[in-house]
Design a protein. Structure first.
Length: 202
């Protein structure tokens, strides 16, 4: 989905449409949530809709989406997991998510939201595990808020940065975050390979 299409959703359907799009529609869209939220922040900076209300609606939409994954896992997880296992790529996500959960337990809810591909699977598996909704919400909702604040702010500052030229501070913040994100993903994948190799030898 192109940037213009994201703006079209915001302009045509407003806050309510954006909420439902983030809640349900975004799951099947082959574009990183990081790009979507940054674009929404940018849309607020150029006045398509009010930035504060866009932020609130985006937060509500994202929390609704992650909550839905948890609830679906709780009530229909076994049935869905059987279907997921028929797809090799999806099975890999399940196995890697289980490894993440076994390593970091409930804190994997925090880690997974910063790793594309895991932010839906990990809540789904925790729903299956019988984790209480209160504990799930206590960990997940602040994590979503922190993640959203980061990417929404980057998008919201793009208009000013484009007008004035990117300031060193902004470039530094983006660069540091991207380096940290790539590092976390690389370490996680490396640990998975090591664990898989050890398991194979055993």
């Amino acid at each position: 989905m192109e940037l213009d299409a994201i703006f079209e959703v915001i302009e045509q359907y407003g806050y309510i449409g954006l909420f439902f799009w983030l809640w349900i529609g975004v799951i099947g869209i082959p574009i990183p949530n990081e790009v979507i939220v940054t674009s929404i922040g940018y849309a607020g900076s150029i006045g398509l809709l009010h930035s504060f209300y866009l932020f609130v609606i985006t937060y509500l939409g994202l929390t609704a989406a992650v909550t839905t994954c948890f609830v679906v896992g709780k009530f229909a997880g076994v049935l869905i997991l059987e279907r997921i296992k028929k797809r090799r790529k999806a099975t890999n996500y399940v196995d890697q998510s289980v490894t993440l959960i076994n390593k970091y337990h409930v804190f994997s809810l925090c880690i997974s939201y910063f790793i594309p591909g895991f932010r839906t699977m990990v809540p789904f598996l925790f729903g299956m595990s019988g984790l209480s909704f209160f504990k799930f919400a206590l960990i997940s909702y602040p994590t979503v808020l922190i993640w959203l604040t980061l990417f929404f702010t980057i998008g919201n500052q793009l208009e000013e940065q484009l007008d004035e030229g990117f300031q060193p501070e902004m470039i530094g913040i983006i660069a540091i975050f991207l380096i940290c994100l790539v590092t976390v993903v690389a370490i996680f994948k490396w640990r998975l390979r090591v664990r898989k190799a050890l398991h194979t030898r055993q």
